[in-house]
Design a protein around this ligand. Structure first.
Ligand SMILES: [Zn+2]
Ligand SMILES: [Zn+2]
Length: 163
């Protein structure tokens, strides 16, 4: 009586074996294209947003932003790119407490970073693929404060040199 359901389960598995392998192959292909990434903080899907022909991945759950290193350098140069960062800063601040995350692409632990010019901006960087993750509101903040903070740095540098 107990053996019967076990045998049924085995045959069910072997029946689905082939399509499952095909499914996994398709899944691996999607991962390669970066379409199947899950948000490292809330596990939601990413959606692609394009700003002036530059593609960025944004989380559909917490609105965290995923950049390749080159993408971020490009975006910082473009005025108004902060508009893609539509998330609530308060939500981002909650997720900002979660610092121990794995890269959504390579699944290796990401390194905590601090923007060299803005010490209140903390983000995560992957040492393997050099992808960067920003919590909602952080990238916008990075854009808005850059000029003012650079100016403050300049003034303090001048003052130090004059002493
Ligand atoms: Zn998320
Ligand atoms: Zn990575």
């Amino acid at each position: 009586m107990i053996e019967q359901p076990k045998r049924e389960l085995t045959s069910a598995c072997s029946r689905t074996n082939k399509p499952l392998r095909a499914l996994l192959a398709a899944d691996a292909e999607r991962k390669h294209e970066g379409e199947n990434m899950k948000c490292p903080k809330c596990n939601s899907d990413f959606e692609s947003v394009t700003y002036k022909e530059i593609q960025v991945d944004r989380c559909t759950g917490c609105y965290g932003l995923w950049f390749d290193m080159l993408e971020m350098d490009d975006l910082k140069k473009i005025a108004g790119a902060g508009s893609i960062d539509i998330g609530d800063k308060k939500v981002g601040d909650v997720h900002d407490q979660n610092r121990k995350i794995d890269c959504p692409k390579c699944h290796v632990p990401m390194v905590e970073m601090i923007d060299k010019d803005q010490f209140h901006i903390r983000f995560e960087c992957c040492s393997s693929c050099h992808g960067t993750y920003f919590d909602a509101g952080e990238f916008r903040d990075l854009k808005e404060h850059t000029v003012m903070e650079r100016f403050k740095h300049m003034i303090s540098t001048v003052r130090t040199n004059l002493k």
